[in-house]
Design a protein around this ligand. Structure first.
Ligand code: AMP
Length: 424
């Protein structure tokens, strides 16, 4: 089989790395890809959100399956355009990707199908939005309706801050994405990520993970796209996974089918778990980054039959992917300045030695090739990913590899997986 992967970060590197191990796969193309893929995939320089360019590439390459990594091309309808030319796609149509593309849609949908989530209101007028704050106490949760490059959620500590943010968002802070605003109840508890595979009718559990959003040790400092992740997540034990499938995933897939928006691809549910009950924080319509890296590292069964079934139907008849290896952890190495303006261009050495550490694979997230050198070319630059017989051992291996990487501009958190390690 030939597989085309859309995207160029650590998530797409991890997908290509795992698919390269499948006996069914002979050829992998990644667009745009990154230098870490050399030797396992052919990279073609088409941007992930260049919809016309991606369709033209797929028509030229005629892959047996396209896997779309990021959300933006899905929300923009890439999967629809590929299906229209008979190319199987792992990823939802635009009508289904609206689960991530519009917070207002997803909240109304959850209310209709009685899927547990925070109480909310949806607003286009500042005065009404401000009056709605009376229902809650601080902190206040404000969300831009549309995609805002991961920056559309604001947790305001005071009423004054919340009111100022309402004016800013409805005043066009995120352009059309914040013309509508969702205000919701602040949920307490422990966050976790759950992933299920769906073919429009059937959903099967894949795995759970937890990530670290704050830039600094001890979960301090500004929010980021994610500074590290691990899987499995102890809080998502078998009973909790069964609850999430029963109360959230199955009703979501049934509800989307009933709405005429059948959901195909991976459904990533962001959860808040308190007192044994899981509620939805948000839906995502693609793999998490860096959660994908740890899930791919753990997966022993060949994922190709299930990924293909998500695209073409028949997931119910597929053998479940049940064999997972030891725990996995991924430590993100970011460039100085991140999550603000990152320092680009610094030479990264020691990657070969790091990759030789037992159980370790270094995925590239934001690198570029400059002559013979690999240089930093983004905020989150490397995902140092390790498996081990225990989570402790996986963490030790990951940091051993981190310490072999010679990149003066790079930094990482030193406490990835602390929550799971603290449970013992
Ligand atoms: P989202 O992009 O919707 O996942 O929101 C980003 C982050 O904001 C989440 O990972 C949570 O940490 C936090 N968050 C979002 N909504 C809520 C909520 N209703 N209560 C508490 N925290 C929230």
């Amino acid at each position: 089989m030939k597989i085309l992967i859309v995207g160029g970060g650590g998530r797409e590197h991890a997908l290509a790395w795992r698919l390269n191990q499948s006996p069914r796969v002979t050829d992998i193309v990644v667009a745009p890809g990154n230098p870490g893929l050399s030797g396992i995939a052919r990279c073609v320089n088409v941007a992930a959100d260049d919809i016309a360019g991606q369709v033209a590439l797929a028509k030229l390459e005629r892959p047996h399956l396209v896997i779309v990594g990021p959300e933006a091309p899905l929300v923009a309808g890439l999967a629809d355009k590929l299906r229209a030319v008979d190319i199987p796609v792992f990823g939802p149509s635009a009508r289904a990707a609206i689960l991530e593309g519009s917070k207002g849609f997803s909240k109304d949908f959850m209310a209709k199908y009685e899927i547990p989530t925070a109480a909310y209101g949806r607003f286009t007028e500042a005065a009404k939005a401000k009056a709605f704050l009376d229902r809650f106490t601080a902190p206040y949760v404000l969300k831009a309706d549309g995609l805002a490059a991961g920056k559309g959620v604001v947790i305001a500590e005071t009423r004054a801050e919340a009111e100022a943010e309402i004016d800013a968002m409805l005043g066009g802070k995120f352009g059309a994405a914040s013309a509508t605003l969702v205000i919701e109840e602040f949920m307490h508890g422990e966050e976790a990520s759950f992933f299920a595979l769906c073919d429009g009718e059937t959903a099967v559990a894949l795995a759970g993970a937890q990530d670290h959003k704050r830039v600094g040790d001890g979960d301090t400092g500004p929010n980021t796209g994610g500074m590290g992740a691990y899987s499995p997540a102890p809080i998502l034990d078998a009973a909790m996974q069964a609850q999430v499938m029963d109360k959230i995933v199955h009703p979501t897939v049934r509800g989307m089918a009933a709405e005429g928006r059948p959901y195909r691809g991976v459904l990533f549910v962001g959860l808040m778990i308190e007192n044994g009950k899981a509620r939805v924080v948000e839906y995502n319509v693609r793999f998490g980054d860096p959660e994908c890296q740890v899930i791919m590292a753990r997966l022993k069964d060949d994922p190709v039959p299930q990924l293909l079934a998500c695209a073409t139907g028949g997931l119910a008849g597929c053998k479940r992917m049940e064999r997972f290896s030891d725990p996995a952890v991924s430590v993100v190495m970011a460039a100085a300045g991140y999550p603000g303006e990152p320092k680009k261009g610094g030479v990264i050495r020691g990657l070969e030695a790091a990759n030789k550490t037992p159980g370790v694979t270094v995925f590239h997230a934001g690198t570029a090739q400059r002559g013979e050198d690999i240089v930093a070319n983004g905020g989150r630059v490397l995902n140092v990913t390790a498996t081990g017989p225990t989570l402790q051992e996986a963490v030790k291996r990951a940091y051993q590899a981190v310490d072999l990487i010679d990149w003066p501009d790079g930094f990482c958190r030193r406490d990835i997986a602390w929550r799971a390690l603290a449970r013992g």
